[in-house]
Design a protein around this ligand. Structure first.
Ligand code: BMA
Length: 323
């Protein structure tokens, strides 16, 4: 089991008047839409511990409204410096390296490097895959899957000798459906042995769901935060909840939260380029203290931070489970 120690995890105690399992950082959003000169918006982004601080891959939509990935660094996980130009991936084959659009990255430390997965434009959205050792040089791999697919999220270690990738088959537009599946690979290139993980339910997760941050390994199972969408008369509303997946057969769902953990309620979640969206793409975890810091996009415009205690999240998921 991976038991990370992250004593410098960003953290703020739960406000005295709040009883929620997941609570927001009081100085949200941590990244405004205009942090860099080229950006229209910076949201749905991924961070990992790196050296004595943190590194990240950020979804930066520019002022042409191109969707791309920029790198960033932070000492404390809260104050970020982002590069104004997008990451250039090294790729020998222009057929796959050609840029159409790149968005909603996830980053995971896996064995000896940081893997990055994202929604990659290749004749439609699919799961792009790349890696870096140092956040200086970035290498492009083959797209993991065929279009149309989004929300590709790697587990942080091999399971039964295979790499495992959560993903969400979709369509070419603003998909009005979507269940979570997983795919397995011996080498990060060839993906198969696809399994159904979980589907839509009622309420906040009634239209579509998709994996969020990289799953966290616990003694009880893999803790997966995932977003869920309800279609209101005013359009999609994105919230997030959590599920617990079997450690050895992660397509088996042990528990799944009936209520959501966080829904769009603050101004920066309800007002922006796409109103009413909270969209988590990364979670830091400090095993000794049980602290979790969740990075999420607000209203497709800004990046925000929320906190939780892992024991409380597990109790919530298991105590309110609806399979
Ligand atoms: C999804 C993705 C996300 C976005 C969400 C809400 O389909 O495009 O990047 O946050 O829609 O617009």
């Amino acid at each position: 089991m991976i038991n990370p120690s992250l004593p410098n995890i960003p953290w703020e105690e739960r406000p005295a008047d709040c009883s929620d399992v997941v609570w927001r950082y009081s100085a949200n959003p941590i990244i405004p839409r205009d942090l860099i000169p080229s950006s229209n918006s910076i949201f749905n982004s991924a961070v990992v511990p790196y050296k004595n601080g943190f590194a990240g891959v950020f979804r930066c939509d520019n002022k042409k409204r191109e969707m791309n990935l920029n790198r960033g660094f932070s000492k404390n996980g809260i104050d970020w410096e982002l590069e104004d130009t997008p990451i250039e991936f090294l790729c020998e084959d222009p057929e796959i390296g050609c840029f159409q659009y790149r968005y909603d990255p996830r980053v995971v430390w896996l064995e000896d490097r940081y893997y990055i997965s994202w929604c990659n434009g290749y004749h439609g959205p699919t799961i792009g895959m790349g890696y870096t050792f140092d956040f200086e040089k970035f290498y492009f791999l083959e797209n993991a899957l065929l279009p149309f697919n989004r929300n590709g999220v790697l587990f942080p270690r091999k399971i039964n000798g295979k790499y495992v990738l959560l993903n969400r088959p979709s369509d070419n537009g603003h998909t009005p459906f979507g269940d979570i599946y997983l795919s397995q690979s011996p080498d990060m290139i060839y993906w198969g042995e696809h399994r159904f993980v979980m589907g839509v339910k009622d309420g906040w997760q009634g239209t579509k769901i998709g994996a969020g941050p990289v799953p966290i390994e616990t003694a009880e199972g893999w803790l997966l935060f995932y977003h869920g969408v309800i279609t209101s008369c005013n359009g999609f509303v994105y919230s997030f909840g959590a599920a617990l997946l079997d450690l050895d057969q992660p397509w088996k769902v042990i528990a799944r939260s009936g209520p959501y953990l966080l829904s769009p309620q603050m101004n920066y979640e309800c007002v922006g380029d796409v109103p009413n969206v909270v969209f988590p793409c990364a979670a830091l975890y400090d095993h000794p203290s049980g602290r979790i810091a969740i990075y999420y996009g607000g209203a497709d415009t800004v990046t925000a931070l929320a906190f939780a205690h892992i024991d409380e999240v597990l109790d919530f998921v298991m105590g309110n489970t609806e399979l």
